[in-house]
Design a protein around this ligand. Structure first.
Ligand SMILES: NC(=O)c1ccc[n+]([C@@H]2O[C@H](COP(=O)([O-])OP(=O)(O)OC[C@H]3O[C@@H](n4cnc5c(N)ncnc54)[C@H](OP(=O)(O)O)[C@@H]3O)[C@@H](O)[C@H]2O)c1
Length: 247
């Protein structure tokens, strides 16, 4: 790929898990990847041009987010954006690691979960719409199997934020489509990352037809597909990546 043809991705939550596998997938295909998360660039697992293109952002901090989006736009320097992947997400638990349900979730957790999992994706997409339009870009929102059914470990705020994000994906596909921007979601099931509860492996595998957890790399491959020419007529879709857990 020459510099003029090089494609650019902005990815939130890149420091570990699904996001980290996604950086590696896109980087290996020659994309420039601009990453955002609270922690500094991970020196133990670097990727090309990572430090210069990594931004430390707290997506839970509403006040600074608008200004940070300005910094992201400056990094693009008027150039096109080909993909935005809203991957960062949180799933808070109680003090003993217990599930927070609709009776036990505190106001602060509701606020943080909705800010990071739901409001940040639409703020970023709106803030970057001109660059996405210039790049005939694709947006991928990372939802969850928990958005569609009560989950034994994922809490109520998390589940409802992901259900709202799935609905938002549909709305965005309608609104961004006329500008040539595709908007899709991926809904992972149980993927081997830090967000999972320790009991997941023993308790949930019997309910998964493929009888195993998924890997971050398997999720990254689907995100890549949705940002590539291979999916040029796909918009408003939510793809399950869960080994058949939803059936
Ligand atoms: N793993 C699963 O089985 C599973 C299942 C369904 C859906 N998902 C969804 O997939 C996405 C990625 O999950 P994962 O399992 O890879 O999670 P993870 O390992 O916990 O990683 C979460 C990422 O989000 C970033 N992040 C968290 N809070 C942030 C904040 N306030 N501001 C900026 N970045 C923030 C983290 O980076 P910092 O800590 O550096 O901020 C990290 O890179 C999430 O949206 C999650 O809900 C995962």
């Amino acid at each position: 790929m020459t510099e003029g043809e090089r494609r650019t991705l902005i990815l939130t939550g890149a420091s570990r898990g699904i996001g980290h596998a996604t950086v590696k997938r896109f980087s290996s295909a020659g994309w420039r990847v601009i990453t955002c998360s609270r922690h500094a660039f991970p020196e133990d697992c670097p990727w090309e041009a990572g430090p210069e293109d990594h931004m430390q952002i707290d997506l839970g901090d509403t006040d600074s987010l608008a200004q940070q989006i300005g910094v992201l736009r400056a990094k693009l320097n008027g150039g096109p954006l080909h993909a935005l992947v809203n991957n960062a997400g949180i799933s808070p638990k109680g003090g003993q690691g217990e599930r927070l349900d609709s009776l036990t979730t505190g106001a602060e957790d509701w606020r943080d979960v909705f800010q990071i999992n739901f409001f940040a994706p639409i703020m970023l997409a709106r803030g970057l719409v001109a660059e996405l339009e210039a790049g005939a870009g694709a947006i991928v929102n990372v939802t969850s199997i928990a958005g569609g059914r009560v989950h034994p470990f994922a809490g109520t705020a998390y589940a409802t934020s992901k259900a709202a994000l799935a609905a938002l994906t549909r709305e965005m596909a309608a609104d961004f489509g006329p500008r040539g921007i595709r908007v899709n979601a991926i809904a992972p099931g149980e993927i081997k990352t830090a967000i999972l509860s320790p009991e997941t492996e023993t308790e949930m595998i019997p309910d998964i037809p493929l009888r195993r957890l998924g890997t971050p790399e398997e999720v990254a491959k689907t995100i890549y597909f949705l940002c590539s020419e291979q999916s040029s007529y796909v918009t408003g879709a939510e793809i399950h990546i869960n080994g058949g857990q939803h059936v």
